[in-house]
Design a protein around this ligand. Structure first.
Ligand code: ADP
Ligand code: ZN
Length: 606
């Protein structure tokens, strides 16, 4: 097994659970595999496909996913193809022949085609195993429900001896049970790997308004020059305005949302995968078809509606295991809007509960990763050291007077105002609404002038979190003081607030590519962890040229991680090149000479 892993995929060891899963599938038994995005699910069925007689049939819900997988397999010298409705007749005929003659190790197929062919093509093939990718699509409870998936229970009726392995990154219990039941899995072993993605850094910025968000995003992208990333927005119009803002700054950005035509969406996705754009500003519609391994960052412009969606979306960063950054903007207006959506939805209590859990994450003053993992049922005893709370523990101060000012303003308007007017009153802004209602005559008008508006937004979020007021969602979001709030307002209790930090972190060495982001323990013993950044750039260009020649995405030719390893280890012969983790026999033969020649030029110039 290890030998095959090295030969075809170039890896020296298995990730946690991979080996057990592969053994299980090789023994001909059913399995359900739950692993986070980027956890390494593909190898769990691809390696058994290589080792068992016949062709593995892989069901996948999206053509783009199939395309990506097939390209990656072919790039490693593994015979694979995809059967779906976008192929033309000649392609299909050739594929069918290849299948019947047993020339493919893996056949990717859409669920519709699978159902159509179950009594035809599939009968004429020797099938080694069935893999059901994105298996959560079977469940109505999940977010990607596909009706065709529910009919796949017939597989075991038609092929009683062929093992089925179902794989998904969505872990909740109902979905899990649904998958087992509907696929008719036979005494399946269920493999649940850790959902931790330690290479993803976690940061939340609280209370930012639009202009500050733009500034923070530009700084963030500045630290990720040339590196691919996704900005998730709540609305279609927001994706457009954020993309425009980036384009004005010379950043190559595009948009993706369900309001675009299929052609426009495909083009956006293709541009992103092939590095023709750096940034996609998208709604949640974007991502399922994205297997791009070198997405280096994900920003949430708005609060997502649950931890599941959030985790799945940030999971699209750093699939190659290299350090990647995530940033979530948390604002009161999003919270109010989402609460309203949840309250008006069909499943009110579930959706409000889900929203509360993501809110807890955003408001956390303990390690954020512990909160995330706890949500997925994993308890941690250590802080992660890679979230903003761990790196910069919040400091508190006595904010009683600030809280009193805000609550007093609410009280003096007879609790008839929402946050926007509250901030206007505190700041002493003579807006139309203020003058219409005569709020400029209140004693608290302008009482909070010394605190910038953006800080008020932050403090109000904190006050909501501390339970000093509530938002009456059914009453135009007016603010209502709670008993705990009254205690502070009338001096019976004091309020502790968190100090607001606005300064951006200094650009990191990593951002400037001074150091390899490959962890020391993955380098050969005794090798200094010093990457040659000029060499990295040169390798990147060579990769791009080869990718363009073959019309492949660059990360399929060689992953970012491989490039970092190459520019650190600097192998100067083809054998040493082949020993790099992630380079199998096929790529060694295909690319070794050219890359080694380039590395040699650099090392002799040193
Ligand atoms: P998933 O399908 O679970 O999202 P993938 O199968 O795409 O994840 O794997 C994520 C990344 O991890 C890929 O770049 C893959 O090549 C890499 N990978 C998988 N298994 C290993 C391994 N044993 N060692 C090193 N890298 C691996
Ligand atoms: Zn942490």
């Amino acid at each position: 097994m290890l030998h095959t892993l090295k030969t075809y995929f170039g890896y020296d060891s298995f990730r946690p659970l991979q080996e057990e899963i592969i053994r299980h599938v090789l023994s001909g038994q059913d399995a359900l595999v739950l692993m986070p995005t980027g956890g390494g699910k593909s190898v769990c069925y691809q390696l058994p496909a290589l080792l068992r007689e016949g062709t593995a049939v892989v069901v996948s819900p999206l053509i783009s996913l199939m395309k990506d997988q097939v390209e990656a397999l072919c790039a490693n010298g593994i015979a694979a193809g995809a059967l779906h409705s976008n192929n033309d007749e000649t392609e299909n005929a050739a594929l069918r022949r290849a299948c019947m003659e047993g020339r493919l190790k893996l056949l990717y197929i859409s669920p519709e085609k699978l159902l159509a062919e179950v009594n035809y093509l599939l009968r004429d093939m020797q099938i080694s195993l069935f893999a059901i990718d994105e298996a959560h699509c079977i469940s109505q409870w999940g977010h990607d429900f596909r009706p065709e998936y529910t009919q796949m229970g017939i597989l075991h009726d038609f092929f009683p001896t062929v093992p089925i392995v179902a794989l998904t990154a969505t872990a909740d219990k109902i979905t899990r049970e649904d998958i087992v039941k509907q696929l008719g899995l036979r005494q399946p072993r269920i493999f649940i790997s850790s959902f931790d993605r330690p290479n993803l850094s976690l940061t939340v910025k609280r209370g930012y308004q639009q202009r500050e968000k733009s500034k923070a995003i530009l700084e963030f992208i500045g630290r990720h020059a040339g590196e691919s990333g996704i900005i998730y927005c709540m609305s279609r119009s927001k994706t457009e305005s954020v993309a425009l803002m980036l384009q004005k700054q010379g950043i190559r950005a595009t948009i993706y949302h369900a309001g675009l035509s299929a052609t426009q969406r495909d083009r956006a996705q293709d541009d992103f995968i092939n590095d023709r754009v750096q940034v996609v500003c998208a709604t949640i519609a974007f991502g399922m078809g994205i297997d791009k391994s070198n997405v280096r960052w994900v920003i949430h412009y708005n609060l997502p509606k649950s931890i599941e969606s959030f985790y799945q979306e940030i999971g699209r960063a750093g699939r190659d295991g290299l350090p990647s950054d995530t940033l979530l903007f948390y604002s009161l207006s999003d919270l109010i809007l989402l609460t309203k959506f949840a309250a008006d939805s069909g499943q009110q209590s579930i959706n409000l509960e889900k929203l509360q859990r993501i809110q807890q994450y955003a408001e956390a003053d303990i390690c954020r990763r512990r909160i995330l993992l706890n949500y997925f049922g994993e308890q941690r005893t250590h802080d992660c050291g890679n979230c903003d709370v761990c790196k910069n523990p919040p400091e508190r101060f006595d904010g009683t007077i600030i809280v009193q000012k805000a609550l007093s303003a609410i009280a003096r308007t007879e609790q008839q105002i929402a946050t926007k007017v509250l901030v206007d009153i505190l700041r002493g802004n003579l807006t139309q609404e203020v003058t219409e209602k005569g709020y400029q005559r209140l004693k608290t008008f302008g009482a909070g002038r010394e605190v910038p508006a953006r800080d008020w937004q932050d403090y109000l979020l904190q006050m909501l979190q501390l339970g000093y007021f509530e938002v009456a969602y059914n009453e135009h979001n007016r603010l209502k003081i709670t008993p705990a709030g009254s205690d502070v307002l009338f001096g019976r209790a004091r309020a502790q607030l968190v100090v607001i930090r606005r300064e951006e972190a200094q650009p990191t060495a990593r951002g400037r590519r001074q150091k390899t982001p490959v962890p020391q323990h993955e380098l050969p013993l005794g090798l200094p962890n010093a990457e040659n950044s000029e060499l990295f750039e040169a390798l990147r260009q060579l990769r791009k040229r080869l990718a363009d020649e073959e019309a492949l995405p660059a990360y399929i030719v060689l992953s970012d991680k491989v490039l970092h390893l190459l520019s650190t280890i600097r192998p100067t012969d083809v054998e040493a090149f082949g020993n790099i983790s992630g380079i199998g026999e096929f790529k060694k033969k295909k690319y070794g000479k050219e890359f080694v020649a380039l590395i040699r030029r650099f090392t002799t110039a040193d």
